[in-house]
Design a protein around this ligand. Structure first.
Ligand SMILES: [Zn+2]
Length: 159
Protein backbone atom coordinates (compact mmCIF):
# COMPACT_ATOMS: atom_id res chain seq x y z
CA UNK A 1 0.00 0.00 0.00
CA UNK A 2 2.76 2.40 0.93
CA UNK A 3 4.68 1.68 -2.26
CA UNK A 4 1.61 2.46 -4.34
CA UNK A 5 1.20 5.78 -2.54
CA UNK A 6 4.82 6.70 -3.26
CA UNK A 7 4.46 5.86 -6.91
CA UNK A 8 1.33 7.98 -7.04
CA UNK A 9 3.14 10.93 -5.47
CA UNK A 10 5.97 10.71 -8.00
CA UNK A 11 3.47 10.47 -10.83
CA UNK A 12 1.52 13.42 -9.44
CA UNK A 13 4.73 15.43 -9.16
CA UNK A 14 5.56 14.62 -12.78
CA UNK A 15 2.11 15.61 -14.03
CA UNK A 16 1.92 18.75 -11.90
CA UNK A 17 5.47 19.74 -12.72
CA UNK A 18 4.66 19.60 -16.39
CA UNK A 19 1.61 21.82 -15.98
CA UNK A 20 2.69 24.19 -13.20
CA UNK A 21 4.47 27.37 -14.28
CA UNK A 22 6.13 27.60 -10.87
CA UNK A 23 7.56 24.09 -11.07
CA UNK A 24 8.84 24.65 -14.59
CA UNK A 25 11.30 27.12 -12.98
CA UNK A 26 13.18 25.15 -10.29
CA UNK A 27 14.69 28.24 -8.68
CA UNK A 28 11.29 29.91 -8.39
CA UNK A 29 9.76 26.67 -7.11
CA UNK A 30 12.40 26.39 -4.39
CA UNK A 31 11.84 30.02 -3.32
CA UNK A 32 8.07 29.60 -3.18
CA UNK A 33 8.27 26.22 -1.43
CA UNK A 34 10.45 27.79 1.26
CA UNK A 35 7.96 30.65 1.69
CA UNK A 36 5.07 28.20 1.97
CA UNK A 37 7.09 26.21 4.51
CA UNK A 38 7.58 29.42 6.52
CA UNK A 39 3.80 29.96 6.34
CA UNK A 40 4.03 33.16 4.29
CA UNK A 41 0.54 34.13 3.07
CA UNK A 42 -0.11 33.12 -0.55
CA UNK A 43 -1.10 36.72 -1.42
CA UNK A 44 2.29 37.93 -0.12
CA UNK A 45 4.09 35.23 -2.10
CA UNK A 46 2.24 36.39 -5.24
CA UNK A 47 3.23 40.00 -4.53
CA UNK A 48 6.89 39.17 -3.87
CA UNK A 49 7.40 36.78 -6.79
CA UNK A 50 5.11 38.25 -9.46
CA UNK A 51 3.25 34.94 -9.86
CA UNK A 52 -0.55 35.17 -9.79
CA UNK A 53 -2.26 34.23 -6.54
CA UNK A 54 -4.27 31.45 -8.20
CA UNK A 55 -1.08 29.85 -9.59
CA UNK A 56 0.48 30.00 -6.11
CA UNK A 57 -2.70 28.45 -4.70
CA UNK A 58 -2.70 25.60 -7.23
CA UNK A 59 1.00 24.95 -6.61
CA UNK A 60 0.47 25.04 -2.82
CA UNK A 61 -2.40 22.53 -2.97
CA UNK A 62 -0.67 20.00 -5.20
CA UNK A 63 3.06 20.28 -5.98
CA UNK A 64 3.98 21.69 -2.57
CA UNK A 65 2.34 18.74 -0.79
CA UNK A 66 4.53 16.39 -2.82
CA UNK A 67 7.56 18.52 -2.04
CA UNK A 68 6.77 18.29 1.68
CA UNK A 69 6.28 14.51 1.48
CA UNK A 70 9.64 14.05 -0.24
CA UNK A 71 11.30 16.50 2.13
CA UNK A 72 9.99 14.65 5.18
CA UNK A 73 11.08 11.35 3.65
CA UNK A 74 14.60 12.66 2.99
CA UNK A 75 14.78 13.89 6.59
CA UNK A 76 14.59 10.34 7.85
CA UNK A 77 17.19 8.91 5.48
CA UNK A 78 19.55 11.88 5.20
CA UNK A 79 23.15 10.84 5.79
CA UNK A 80 24.95 13.86 4.38
CA UNK A 81 23.68 16.53 6.80
CA UNK A 82 25.98 17.76 9.55
CA UNK A 83 25.19 17.10 13.19
CA UNK A 84 24.82 20.51 14.80
CA UNK A 85 24.27 21.00 18.51
CA UNK A 86 22.10 23.81 19.83
CA UNK A 87 23.25 24.74 23.35
CA UNK A 88 21.29 26.70 25.92
CA UNK A 89 23.03 29.83 27.21
CA UNK A 90 21.86 32.76 29.33
CA UNK A 91 21.08 34.73 26.17
CA UNK A 92 20.39 33.20 22.78
CA UNK A 93 21.11 29.56 21.98
CA UNK A 94 24.54 28.77 20.58
CA UNK A 95 24.97 26.44 17.60
CA UNK A 96 28.15 24.41 17.31
CA UNK A 97 29.54 21.97 14.79
CA UNK A 98 32.39 19.97 16.31
CA UNK A 99 33.12 22.83 18.67
CA UNK A 100 33.01 25.58 16.03
CA UNK A 101 30.30 28.16 16.62
CA UNK A 102 27.89 28.55 13.70
CA UNK A 103 25.61 31.49 12.91
CA UNK A 104 21.91 30.56 12.38
CA UNK A 105 22.19 31.49 8.67
CA UNK A 106 25.01 28.95 8.26
CA UNK A 107 22.69 26.04 9.05
CA UNK A 108 21.84 24.06 5.91
CA UNK A 109 18.52 22.47 5.07
CA UNK A 110 19.85 18.93 5.47
CA UNK A 111 21.63 19.53 8.79
CA UNK A 112 20.46 17.64 11.84
CA UNK A 113 20.13 19.89 14.89
CA UNK A 114 20.41 18.33 18.32
CA UNK A 115 18.79 20.64 20.89
CA UNK A 116 20.32 20.41 24.37
CA UNK A 117 18.27 21.55 27.35
CA UNK A 118 19.29 21.40 31.00
CA UNK A 119 16.81 20.61 33.71
CA UNK A 120 17.19 21.23 37.42
CA UNK A 121 16.45 18.17 39.52
CA UNK A 122 16.71 17.45 43.23
CA UNK A 123 19.40 14.92 44.13
CA UNK A 124 16.77 13.03 46.17
CA UNK A 125 14.73 12.49 42.99
CA UNK A 126 17.53 10.79 41.09
CA UNK A 127 16.52 7.45 42.51
CA UNK A 128 19.73 5.82 43.61
CA UNK A 129 18.99 4.78 47.20
CA UNK A 130 22.27 2.93 47.60
CA UNK A 131 24.37 5.92 46.57
CA UNK A 132 26.98 6.70 49.16
CA UNK A 133 28.52 10.17 49.29
CA UNK A 134 32.13 9.89 48.23
CA UNK A 135 34.78 11.18 50.62
CA UNK A 136 37.80 9.69 52.37
CA UNK A 137 35.82 8.20 55.29
CA UNK A 138 33.20 6.59 53.04
CA UNK A 139 35.54 5.42 50.28
CA UNK A 140 35.55 1.73 51.33
CA UNK A 141 31.75 1.45 51.54
CA UNK A 142 31.45 3.43 48.28
CA UNK A 143 33.76 0.96 46.54
CA UNK A 144 31.91 -2.05 48.01
CA UNK A 145 28.53 -0.73 46.86
CA UNK A 146 29.92 0.00 43.39
CA UNK A 147 31.43 -3.48 43.01
CA UNK A 148 28.22 -5.13 44.24
CA UNK A 149 26.18 -3.07 41.79
CA UNK A 150 28.50 -3.95 38.90
CA UNK A 151 28.19 -7.65 39.73
CA UNK A 152 24.40 -7.39 39.83
CA UNK A 153 24.36 -5.62 36.50
CA UNK A 154 26.61 -8.26 34.92
CA UNK A 155 24.25 -11.04 36.09
CA UNK A 156 21.06 -9.24 35.15
CA UNK A 157 19.52 -10.75 31.97
CA UNK A 158 18.01 -7.43 30.87
CA UNK A 159 21.34 -5.64 30.39
ZN1 LIG B 1 4.08 23.59 -8.93
Amino acid sequence: MRKILRLFLCYAAYIMGARCSICSNPELAETINKMLYQKVQQADIALQTGVTKSTVGRHANSCYLTYRALRNKSKTVSTYGRMIVSWPTTGERVLTYFGDVLQPNEVRDDDLIIVVNYQKIRVADVGNPRAVPLNESTFESFLEAAIAEDAERANSPSS
